[in-house]
Design a protein around this ligand. Structure first.
Ligand code: NAD
Length: 259
């Protein structure tokens, strides 16, 4: 979902490639589900399927962590959860601020998944004076006048932008000037940031547009199919039902969705 734009080399200083880093949260999500079911060990094949990743890639990824599993037993689930959490920096608390507390910002503030993963929402910030002091998800909305002091007082390094696109760059500049070095941007605009600042962008409408492209292609395939193709029984029905897309380990994924 997220497309990253960072100013970092393809390999992090500790030797873990960016592509591996991007897959670690997928492994962690699958491992956390296993841990919650008290599953003690997991094979690379099972974990790869649960994470939606190729098992050879998984073994290679884990070799960067120094984790090789035990032949015939697999990987220790709890230890891997710890190892990956540590690698991702999740064994420490990360205060985050959300800027722009409209429909999306309020929904994000109410999402329990941040806190359970170690991301504490330190403050909710909005430019609308009428919103200042109003409680959202148990926190009073703070006015943007306070942005810099909030960042400094809470040691915030991660900022979430959920403002209209026209305000996003200015908000980004203020966050960065105040000391934020990682930004999760929901506004539909490309942000310019200085060296050393990481930006991840989330845009659900882009995902929908990609799905629309594949839907259109499936519909096109159906209309160009010969009237009867005995060698592929059911192909028309599958295309019409949208079940003709090839299924990856993620479940239903567009046929040429990037890994
Ligand atoms: N990435 C996605 O998938 C996705 C999905 C939905 C919405 N969006 C985007 O998220 C943004 C917010 O959408 P919404 O529906 O919540 O809009 P909204 O109008 O409900 O909320 C925007 C909020 O930002 C505040 N704001 C405006 N300028 C500001 C500034 N300079 N500093 C701080 N706060 C400011 C407004 O007062 C308002 O409360 C939009 O850019 C929208 O396009 C993205």
């Amino acid at each position: 979902m997220a497309t990253g734009r960072t100013h970092r080399p393809a390999t992090r200083s500790r030797g873990i490639p960016e592509a591996t880093v991007a897959r670690l949260p997928l492994y962690l999500r699958a491992l956390t589900a296993l841990s919650e079911r008290s599953v003690p060990t997991v094979s690379s094949e099972e974990l790869a399927a649960a994470a939606g990743v190729n098992s050879a890639k998984l073994r290679k990824d884990f070799s960067y962590l120094g984790s090789y599993g035990t032949r015939g037993v697999g990987y220790d689930v709890e230890y891997l959860v710890y190892q990956i959490s540590r690698e991702l920096g999740l064994t420490q608390d990360w205060p985050v601020v959300i800027v722009g507390i409209g429909n999306l910002g309020a929904a994000l503030a109410n999402y329990g998944g941040f806190a359970s993963r170690g991301f504490r929402v330190a403050a909710l910030i909005d430019a609308d004076p009428a919103m200042a002091g109003k409680p959202v998800a148990g926190l009073p909305v703070r006015h943007t006048d306070e942005l810099e002091s909030i960042i400094t007082d809470n040691g915030v390094s991660i900022g979430v932008i959920a403002t209209p696109a026209g305000a996003a760059q200015q908000v980004c500049d203020r966050l960065v000037a105040a000391g934020v070095t990682s930004i999760l941007n929901f506004a539909p605009t490309v942000l310019s940031v200085p060296e050393g600042v990481d930006v991840r962008k989330v845009d659900l409408s882009i995902e929908l547009q990609i799905l629309a492209f594949h839907e259109q292609r499936k519909a096109g395939e159906e209309t160009t199919q010969p009237a009867a193709t005995p060698s592929r029984p059911g192909a028309h029905a599958r295309a019409a039902a949208g079940a003709g897309s090839r299924k990856g380990p993620d479940g239903d994924v567009p046929a040429v969705m990037p890994a």
